[in-house]
Design a protein around this ligand. Structure first.
Ligand SMILES: Cc1cc2nc3c(=O)[nH]c(=O)nc-3n(C[C@H](O)[C@H](O)[C@H](O)COP(=O)(O)O)c2cc1C
Length: 248
């Protein structure tokens, strides 16, 4: 990863806010794309920005499968139930959550710490705490034991309430991966490109086509390209925030 994440917080100004607003407000789920290709540099920049998404323990439990070759793309579009977004997009990216890479990524975090001195707390976290926190043990027995211990200790003080099972690890990885998918889509918009996140696909076929690792979860397939004239099907709307936002 490069130094782009080292941008000073002070460099964010009110102009940036207006630009950000434009990016967010002009992002739409686009269902029909033009034939215009997406330059490699745009795609790789957007993927770098996607990977700057906040993520649990910085364990980066995601992978991106970029599909551009016409033959594979056509097969993948078919597996996306023949949706127009998938059929017309010049690029499809499968955004895959990896609930199973935490051990390897803990090691990588220890090896790739970006400063000369690794704080003791960081070293302890990745070498001692993470291997207990994320490990559910054979058949999930460690997870069950941790949950039971948490229930007892939790009576007298706040304790983490998970992840305590293989399924909770799936949720754990999917949360961070979905944030990366959103970063990807906003980055594309900032570059003047469009996207459509899709969960409407045949996961078995997608996994086979892309050789997704056994424990990987295809969180979304993002169709990418330039919106065509009739690419947005309806006006954007959201429910009244008074129903959904609670100021306590
Ligand atoms: C997880 C997820 C899955 C989605 N799956 C599909 C899909 O399979 N096909 C599709 O056309 N749109 C899909 N969408 C797009 C939504 O329909 C769209 O975001 C929503 O209608 C709001 O419209 P907007 O994105 O233009 O604001 C999906 C969005 C998300 C976040």
């Amino acid at each position: 990863m490069n130094a782009k994440s080292d941008i000073s917080p002070d460099s964010v100004s009110s102009t940036t806010l207006e630009e950000f607003r434009k990016v967010v407000r002009s992002r739409r789920s686009v269902r029909r794309f033009t034939d215009e290709p997406v330059p490699d540099e745009v795609l790789s920049d957007c993927l770098e920005l996607a990977m700057l998404a906040p993520n649990s323990s910085n364990l980066q439990p995601w992978e991106f499968f970029v599909v551009r070759t016409p033959d594979l793309k056509a097969k993948l579009a078919e597996a996306c139930l023949g949706q127009n977004a998938a059929k017309t997009a010049p690029v499809l990216v499968a955004v895959v959550a990896r609930p199973d890479t935490w051990r390897q990524h803990s090691r990588m975090a220890l090896e790739q710490w970006p400063e000369e001195q690794m704080p003791g707390i960081v070293k302890k976290y990745y070498s001692k705490i993470a291997p207990i926190h994320y490990n559910q043990g054979p058949f999930g027995v460690l997870g069950v034991a941790k949950k039971a211990a948490g229930l007892v200790v939790g009576l007298s003080r706040p304790v983490p309430r998970g992840p305590y099972s293989v399924n909770e690890m799936k949720v754990w990885a999917t949360k961070s991966t979905a944030l990366a998918a959103e970063n990807l889509m906003l980055a594309l918009r900032a570059h003047g490109y469009d996207s459509c996140p899709m969960e409407g696909f045949d996961e078995c076929r997608v996994r086979r086509l892309l050789s997704v690792p056994r424990k990987g979860l295809v969180t979304m397939i993002v169709a990418i390209g330039k919106r065509s004239e009739k690419g947005v099907y309806n006006r954007q709307y959201r429910f009244d925030s008074r129903e959904l936002v609670h100021y306590l």
